[in-house]
Design a protein. Structure first.
Length: 272
């Protein structure tokens, strides 16, 4: 009977030890489930889905912003995921933005033979350009800048630029370019004989001549111009005479005392 009691007590201790070990195992399992649940909430996919399902703390209701197929994923809950999948400026690089004109070309006034440049500034992605003059497409002018190095009268007109991409197009304001006809100039060479007499018929020695003055003016103009010529020269080239105009020329003699003779006979010449 005593032996049986000791055996029964030992069996009870063994049974209690087994129950305690089972309880410890359940606690470990509960800790394991808790860890997996926290990891899943952090956005990490767990392969131990059975353990998550057994934990009442887990929920099948999607998080804010998550999808039904993947309740654990959420852009709002994990901003780091956004940063790793969408680099800064990705939207601008991958999606076309309709052109927006920031600055249209400016009107210009130039003289024939001079160059001019027209610029247009626009915002958007994948922008393309095409310039027009008086509504006519300018072949080869397909950049944000139109450059004419030497203008002619035919370059006068209204210029505009169409900016376009896959999202749409915009047309700049028109710029008026006016090309004025260039004034062409000619020159003339005049010559004369050295005078030998004064107006009183007295002799005028060569060494008493200080120089000559050539006067000229355009016909119809009240203003005249003059050129001073040294005494040793009996000719001069007058430049920058407007092409196609008529000019009158005359010359005087100036002695060493500063006395100036009357004008010579006028000479009329058309500059062509």
């Amino acid at each position: 009977m005593f032996f049986s009691g000791r055996l029964l007590l030992r069996c009870c201790k063994l049974l209690w030890g087994f129950q305690k070990m089972r309880l410890d195992t359940l606690r470990l399992l509960a800790v394991s489930v808790l860890v997996v649940t926290l990891t899943a909430c952090g956005g990490v996919t767990s392969s131990n889905t059975g353990s998550v399902a057994e934990n009442p703390a887990s929920s099948s209701t999607p998080l804010s912003g998550g999808s039904d197929n993947n309740p654990g994923s959420s852009n709002e809950e994990n901003p780091a995921d956004d940063a790793s999948t969408t680099p800064p400026g990705a939207d601008e690089l991958t999606e076309s933005t309709k052109p927006e004109i920031v600055q249209s070309p400016s009107s210009q006034l130039v003289t024939e033979g001079e160059g001019f440049t027209l610029n247009v500034v626009a915002k958007g992605t994948g922008l393309q350009y095409q310039w027009y003059m008086d509504g006519q497409l300018l072949v080869g002018e397909a950049s944000s800048q139109l450059v004419v190095t030497e203008s002619t009268l035919s370059h006068s007109g209204s210029y505009s630029c169409v900016i376009f991409n896959g999202a749409g197009q915009e047309t700049s304001s028109a710029a008026a370019v006016s090309v004025m006809a260039a004034t062409r100039y000619g020159s003339v060479e005049l010559s004369w004989s050295r005078p030998t007499l004064r107006t009183d018929n007295s002799t005028l020695p060569e060494n008493q001549i200080q120089g000559y003055t050539v006067y000229y003016k355009m016909v119809g103009s009240a203003d005249h111009q003059s050129v001073q010529v040294p005494a040793d020269d009996l000719s001069v080239v007058v430049e920058y005479l407007e092409y196609g105009a008529d000019y009158r020329f005359a010359v005087t003699t100036v002695d060493t005392d500063g006395l100036e003779s009357e004008l010579s006979d006028e000479f009329l010449l058309a500059i062509q």
